[in-house]
Write a protein that binds this ligand. Sequence first.
Ligand SMILES: Cc1ncc(COP(=O)(O)O)c(C=O)c1O
Length: 472
Amino acid sequence: MPFNTTHETDSWNSFLSTPLQEDDPEIYELIQKEKHRQFSGLELIASENFTSLSVMEANGSPLTNKYSEGLPGARYYGGNEYIDQIENLCRVRALKAFRLNPVEWGVNVQPYSGSTANFAALTALIKPHDRLMGLDLPSGGHLTHGWQTAKKKISTSSIYFESMPYQINPETGLIDYDRLEENSLLFKPKLLICGASAYARDWDYARLRKIADLHGAYLMADIAHISGLVAGQEANNPFELCDVVTTTTHKTLRGPRAGLIFFRKTKEDLETRVNNAVFPSCQGGPHNNTIAAVAVALKQAASPEFREYAKQVRANAVALADALNGYGYRLMTSGTENHLILWDLRPLHLTGSKLEKICDMANITINKNSIHGDSSMLSPGGVRLGTPALTSRSFKEQDFVKVAEFLHRAVQIAVSIQDKASSKLMKDFVVACQDNEEISTLKNEVETFATSFPMPGFDPTSLVPEESHDHY
Ligand SMILES: Cc1ncc(COP(=O)(O)O)c(C=O)c1O
């Protein structure tokens, strides 16, 4: 029977069904510009990806309207019949994507993002002022693994817990497990965290488990960066030996922005502790639109096509590393075995900030990154590159050889501009960049190259290139 909607929309509700373009042209235009930026550039941020149309459809759906505090079947609000089904599907798919046995493992799919997932995991595992050890930020670790400076406790993971970092060996760039073990004997942590944001090698989970067991400590892996590789069976499996595994869903996993916490159901009461830590300890109502979008991404991540994707992400990273090595550059750990490369620019007497700036001007998106041993956190000595996003645009090895050539040119331009600038200061470097023809030429070539590849998630043909997209 057709609906008999007889009431008129009241004037105060007049814009509730107006398309964005008409309702808010300012925001609409900025989104169009951002889409053009994504399409016309080379996206090399290691933590980013291009998610699918179906993920974005779920993420932009009316599921955003619903409150559903609690877990499926035990909510604090009515009307959750379909929301329960969505969250349950998401949980089942999360376990399936990582090939986990539901008798041994459970998952909470409500964390809003990676940082909140980590804080909830810490809340579940240890008590305020208990001790944790995580990879130091300047060694490639994440803020939420205990980061603090000599002057300030920066992350809640160091504000509410006592933190002592472990580091990489400056000679090899590899994690110094021996020193970690030695220091752990003094510090006696209750929690050992592994996982990183800027580490190009895989993890020795067996060694970490051994160290954690020396102290009866929990072992938690934050696989935010590599979860797509773990799902695609292109990385060591943290689930074999860890107690808790957290991840973001928007990096290599290629979903919407969110977080997941997996817990070993068979260990103590971890299931209750993790679920209670997420809600009510750290969060309120789940973002149901996002959970639906995560479910969509997890279905994709369990597919044979996703395995091919994960394989190609790694092959592309190796191709990019080989090409940069071929130009004689210094890469941390000499290369990569995952999706990212940490490029030490210090031998070129160039900072990461300056290369990032030139690349931005040439439509190449990278991020400055500190390199172990940097004297200042404010002036990082390198950049981080990643292949997940461009692999989602169907780039293959030979395309990354071309990307390396563009990066090589960007370095040469940066070095020559730095030589001409009136000082080493960034502001003088930016002045010296103005009206530089080599940058314009590089930008044009990058744009022609980038726009020859498909764009996931939206149709770029309707986008009108505009002068105002230029960065300078
Ligand atoms: C290893 C790791 N964990 C957690 C996070 C935090 O994720 P989010 O930015 O979603 O809070 C990141 C993000 O960069 C990360 O690299």
